[in-house]
Write a protein that binds this ligand. Sequence first.
Ligand code: G
Ligand code: G
Ligand code: MN
Ligand code: NA
Length: 253
Amino acid sequence: RGLAVDMHDAIKRNALTLVYQPKHNFQGDIVGVEALLRWTHPRYGMISPIVAIAVAEDSDLIYHLGRWVIQQACACKARWNEAGYQNITVAVNVSPIQLMDEKLPFYLKKYTEQYGISAQEIELEITESTEIPDTELTNKILGEIMATGVQLSMDDFGMGYSSLLYLRRFQVAAIKIDGSITRDVLSNVTNADIVRTICSLGQAQNVHVIAEYVETKEQRDALAAMGCDYFQGYFHSPPLSECECVAYLQQHY
Ligand code: G
Ligand code: G
Ligand code: MN
Ligand code: NA
């Protein structure tokens, strides 16, 4: 049996889960979370989401999996709203291949309505594993996603194919500077220059800049001084189960 078959089962039996990594502002308030896929395989144990997504992309399961992730994220956000945590966004990762799913805008509408949340509470982090095709189809889908009110952000900014062009192709709410740039910002002068440059771009474009892989207070403070708005990483918190995240919200909201 191949991993693709196992994943099909896993989706059906709810053997996949999402964990949530908090994002904070400089004041320390939690402003949102990023949903991250976790798959515990019955025989192979934990499978990295990078592998899981690659398996799904190679086997037609990716649209199904992507819709499932969005549904779970909307359901979770509805529970948090109910508990009084309205002022946080939930971000979901989408690969460029998922941006070819013509039904993606439909499902974003369907699940936000079904769970009674507003589209603005959901964010799609577009990862740059491959180039986003500049075709009529993806441009149409991107336009329809923006029309739903769901926010778009650029993940792994600074590492990818044509990040700067994407800023012109669609409206983004946030830029996430890739962890490989932020992680050694204290010791690498070039990376510090890159961070400052991305931050001034963000300011000019009225786009929030998020630093990920922030592991220490020194890094957080330096990144804030360089102009980053939001911070994500082990300094604040690792990814948390929904249950752990509720406890975290009780302390940090
Ligand atoms: O959680 P972890 O750091 O292991 O995630 C590794 C990468 O896998 C993340 O950077 C993220 O971009 C990707 N990833 C995690 N969950 C999802 C998901 O639900 N969909 C997609 N497309 N990518 C994901
Ligand atoms: O690819 P993306 O950046 O979306 O995925 C984030 C992944 O990076 C998560 O799966 C998480 O486990 C990991 N991660 C998040 N914060 C940190 C951090 O501060 N340090 C390290 N080493 N890994 C992190
Ligand atoms: Mn991400
Ligand atoms: Na990233």
